[in-house]
Write a protein that binds this ligand. Structure first.
Ligand code: FAD
Length: 384
């Protein structure tokens, strides 16, 4: 068992850190902090991500992707600005969902564009009445000759307002046992009409989260992907990998708050000495470090298990829940260590808390993650 990064991994993480610090963060700082980034800005960001080789990070090399190990991908993700990492997670995961089942003609038209980051793709599954119960989608798919029509509403769709294409989960009826048969359909926004409404969030405010409406949106039947009933499987495959990645992204936010608190504690003097020298402040810092290190190792372990081909639904869910819980608690303690300064806008810790808090919802809420883990532990699914 090795806990050291290999030389290649250390170089990869360092290169990602440099791209983040020297290229991506300056782009973000030049834009309003509380507004979704424009599409031209996102395309600039994607050009850098493509050059770095992460726009199709987990797509296998024979399919044109980078074929990165999930562990290596995690080491990169924790270096990226979180708002960019979330967008990338959607794009890269959607590329996987597209590639697995799209016709050769469809791939010829779109795949190289997604890989190059010239066209951004997202996944639209959640609906007003289908959140945690992701199979309960009701967006209707009707096929008439060589055309297909989509009718329904999607909610909380990352990247939707800056994307070129969406992989939309549609209801294609029920199987003989009465189970829903969701089907993937590619919608090209240059060729089909959809309604888009941005949803403002309390965190990651330069990001994009949209409601998307389809009013008999027309697409060619060639845009149907895979088989009726297989959409859920490809949602889960991507979610299993996304969860520890989101954990690492959230912990990176917590680490920033921790560093602010540590620095503050080493400067701030009360009762005749720096507060870093007071026992309870040291205990707080120790608890924070312990929570971050243990959660990060769990996320990396979950990614390593995915690379090893192990079934890791429960482990991935556990890793995300542990990490996103730890992160918000760490940031809360960081705010407390900074006293009055901790709740000022000047120090920015409250915004970090809000950014981290966002990650407790996508790709499985804390409750649902506990149930996925619980199912692996007990063999019984508690949500049915
Ligand atoms: C930042 C962000 C990005 C997102 N990106 C996308 C995207 O790109 N594409 C997409 O399709 N969706 C996306 N989503 C949607 C996301 O997947 C859903 O928000 C999530 O699945 C939760 O659904 P919900 O919000 O409807 O909450 P609900 O399902 O209504 O859950 C509300 C609460 O009830 C609890 N709960 C629900 N069912 C049970 C149960 N059986 N037992 C115990 N507790 C339960 C949950 O844990 C939660 O605390 C995104 C969401 C966010 C916040």
């Amino acid at each position: 068992m090795h806990f050291e990064l290999t030389e290649d991994q250390a170089m990869l993480a360092e290169a990602a850190r440099r791209m983040s610090d020297e290229v991506l963060t300056p782009i973000l700082l030049a834009e309003p902090a509380d507004q979704p980034l424009s599409k031209p800005v996102m395309l600039r960001i994607y050009a850098h991500l493509a050059e770095f080789g992460v726009t199709a990070a987990r797509l296998a090399e024979p399919a044109g992707g980078s074929g990165l190990s999930m562990l290596d991908y995690g080491l990169i993700m924790e270096q990226l600005p979180p708002v960019i990492a979330l967008s990338l997670l959607s794009h890269d995961g959607s590329t996987v969902r597209f590639e697995a089942g799209a016709s050769e003609a469809l791939k010829a038209e779109y795949l190289a564009e997604f890989i190059a980051g010239r066209r951004i793709v997202c996944t639209a599954n959640s609906e007003p009445n289908a959140g945690s119960d992701s199979n309960a989608i009701s967006t209707r798919l009707e096929i008439e000759g060589d055309r297909a029509f989509i009718t329904g509403t999607k909610m909380w769709i990352t990247n939707a307002s800056i994307c070129d294409c969406m992989v939309v989960s549609c209801s294609a009826g029920k199987d003989a046992a009465g189970r829903p048969m969701p089907r993937r359909v590619l919608v090209d926004l240059a060729k089909s009409t959809v309604g888009l409404r941005e949803t403002a969030l309390c965190g990651l405010r330069q990001g994009h989260l949209c409601e998307v409406t389809f009013e008999r949106t027309e697409v060619p039947v060639e845009n149907l992907i895979g088989e009726a009933g297989d959409a859920g499987k490809f949602m889960t495959i991507v979610w299993n990998a996304n969860r520890p990645l989101i954990g690492l992204m959230t912990l990176a936010i917590a680490r920033r708050a921790y560093e602010v608190a540590r620095e503050h504690a080493s400067q701030r003097r009360q009762f005749g000495g720096v507060i870093a020298g007071k026992q309870l402040v040291q205990q707080d810092l120790s608890d924070m470090e312990a929570a971050m290190v243990s959660a990060r190792l769990t996320c990396l372990y979950a990614l390593g298990q995915l690379d090893a081909g192990a079934r890791s639904n429960g482990l991935s869910a556990m890793a995300k829940r542990l990490a996103t819980d730890a992160a918000t608690r760490v940031i809360d303690r960081a705010m407390q260590i900074c006293g009055g300064m901790g709740i000022t806008e000047e120090l920015g810790l409250a915004q970090l808390w809000q950014d981290a808090r966002v990650f407790q919802v996508p790709d499985g809420t804390q409750g649902i993650l506990a149930l996925i883990h619980g199912r692996d532990i007990t063999g019984t699914a508690a949500w049915r």
